[in-house]
Design a protein around this ligand. Structure first.
Ligand code: XMP
Length: 554
């Protein structure tokens, strides 16, 4: 059986992004990954999150970054040498699924106390600290899940500066600290938890609730208090600082070498390319391959942004015929994905070979991809589809990677994109899959069906934008099914395509909910589609969340 590539690794990726498609290409070809550059860390303040396996660990890192402080998420057992190299000003211990009293439960290494840095343990992180320091932790009489009111017992604690004396917090735990570890004080309690927040010397804190989730009121202030006041971070992790730092790093890494970048039009590759362009100018060549599966006007828009507006060196390849020829008669979703991925690699190789000696390959890899590709959980995750993005290249081409976005979250990429002067519509574009419209046409892909889908997509998008909903939705798109149904128009019978409209809200594409679009909007979309596209006579709205469905239909 052919090997599939896990879907989760690129859940955070954007429009036919460069980032993880490379991984797919290598896995498909059974080749070794391209060597990743080891960039020296800068001397900026860092908060390190030690990950004990919580589903919210990444959220903790994002909350810290929202305080304009750089943050890295690493495994709980990361050795001190690596932590020290990050120039940390404080540590946060995440929650996790284990119980500290279980044999083999993950425990922090002694450096968390010995380094004399401020430490904040959240949920399991708190239990781990308490138990490590000799306090008893047991299964609580009652599991606490959801909202509860936190009462501050210790006025004047810097962790609660600027906060009311009681506020709702969000709990999710079954264990409980039964006594204070030596030297600790109770800083806050809830009805069920006498030790809901504990602290020692304004430097080690344990929080039984989750300040990182939106359901905790004032979570943001708690993070600000910890990272800015208690850890003393400067809060200077801004897009402008990131840009100047990255430009320096790229110059240092690339030297006089040449870089090639597969441009997709999505925000990740756009921001990566623009940053590299700012650093090395004409030593960067972008390749933009039109696979014939893009939305209406998309190739023109990409070219106008990068070639005409940003004056970058872009090689444009219209490979529509090649892709459509390969896809002829293919209706299996996985086969479509594989064919498109392989064809892309082939064409990219051919184009890159015409450019002479190229030393580096730019990728728009994001931090969630980096974390997920090293997380054991994700490695064990079920494989659903062969995701891929534009940019897959085989290792034998001998490129070194340039990955300027490797430590950024998606929202930070957008901020950097805006600071770089990229047009807003490019920066805020909804994700679009690498295999493009081919996985939104059920059954075989033909020019005629592509035109129908493009027309429907155009109507849908313009109505969504007119209703000011574009940015609120993770994605909104049309799917052309292979079902035909009977209708009536005027006095005539019609027999036309069934078209589905899908709109979802999501934080990261791992889960998604179908969007409750206003009925009037749905009516307008449906009316316009059946009136303006003669071959479609019926429109349905997809009301399935993910799971159990996926966002795309194939
Ligand atoms: P699913 O359909 O798996 O999609 O729920 C999750 C997110 O990933 C996007 N997607 C892709 N993105 N290459 C990509 O760059 C792909 O092959 C691919 N397949 C799905 C999808 O649009 C959604 O945002």
């Amino acid at each position: 059986m052919k090997k599939k590539v896990e879907s989760h690794r690129i859940a955070a990726s954007d429009d036919i992004e460069v980032s993880t498609y490379l991984g797919l290409a290598k896995e498909l070809r059974g080749e070794q990954p391209v060597v990743e550059p080891k960039l020296p860390p800068s001397d900026r303040d860092t908060i390190v999150v030690l990950d004990f396996g919580s589903q919210y660990s990444m959220l903790i890192a994002r909350r810290v970054r929202e305080c304009h402080v750089y943050c890295e998420l690493v495994s709980y057992d990361t050795p001190w040498e690596k932590i020290a190299s990050l120039n940390p000003r404080g540590l946060i211990l995440s929650g996790g699924p284990a119980s500290v009293y279980d044999s083999g439960a993950p425990l922090p290494l002694p450096y968390i106390y010995e380094s004399h840095m401020p430490v904040m343990g959240i949920c399991y992180g708190m239990f781990a600290i308490a138990s490590h320091l000799g306090a008893q932790v047991t299964r609580g009489a009652k599991r606490e899940y959801g909202h509860t009111i936190l009462h501050v017992s210790e006025e004047g604690s810097p962790l609660f500066a600027g906060l009311p004396s009681s506020f709702p917090v969000w709990m999710s735990h079954g264990d409980q600290v039964m006594e204070l570890p030596p030297g600790f004080k109770t800083l806050a309690h809830t009805e069920n938890s006498p030790f809901a927040v504990i602290g020692k010397d304004n430097s080690v804190y344990g929080l039984q609730f989750h300040p990182e989730v939106v359901h905790t009121a004032h979570g943001k202030t708690i993070f600000q208090n910890f990272v800015l006041q208690i850890c003393g971070c400067q809060g200077n992790w801004t897009p402008a600082n990131f840009i100047s730092e990255s430009v320096d790093k790229i110059k240092e890494q690339v030297g006089g070498g040449r870089v090639v970048c597969a441009l997709s039009g999505g925000v990740d590759s756009a921001v990566a390319a623009t940053l590299i362009d700012r650093a090395i100018g004409n030593k960067l060549t972008c390749i933009f391959i039109n696979n014939g599966l893009l939305r209406r006007d998309e190739p023109e828009r990409v070219l106008s942004t990068f070639k005409r507006h940003l004056r970058m060196d872009v090689v444009y390849v219209d490979a529509t015929d090649r892709f459509l020829e390969r896809l002829k008669g293919v209706s299996d979703p996985e086969q479509k994905r594989q064919l498109i991925g392989n064809e892309f690699i082939q064409i990219f190789e051919e184009e890159a070979a015409t450019l002479g000696k190229i030393d580096f390959l730019a990728q728009g890899t994001l931090y969630p991809d980096v974390i997920e590709s090293t997380s054991t959980d994700t490695k064990a995750a079920a494989k659903i589809k062969s995701h891929h993005n534009v940019g897959g290249l085989p290792a034998k081409m001998n490129f070194t990677l340039v990955e300027p976005l490797r430590y950024l979250f998606k929202d930070e990429v957008r901020q950097v994109g805006l600071a770089l002067g990229l047009p807003e519509d490019r920066v805020w574009r909804q994700p679009f899959p690498g295999p493009g419209l081919a996985i939104r046409i059920i059954g075989d892909v033909t020019r005629e069906k592509l035109e129908i889908l493009r027309a429907a997509d155009w109507i849908l998008m313009s109505e969504i934008k007119k209703a000011n909903l574009y940015r609120q939705l993770w994605q909104s798109f049309a799917v052309l099914t292979d079902v035909k149904s009977v209708g009536v128009m005027g006095d005539y019978r019609t027999y036309g395509y069934l078209l589905a409209v899908r709109a979802v809200t999501s934080e990261d594409a791992m889960t998604a909910d179908w969007a409750r679009l206003p009925h009037d909007l749905l009516a307008t979309i449906s009316d316009r589609i059946v009136n303006e596209i003669p071959s479609v006579n019926r429109v349905v709205y997809d009301i399935t969340s993910k799971p159990p469905a996926t966002i795309e239909w194939e």
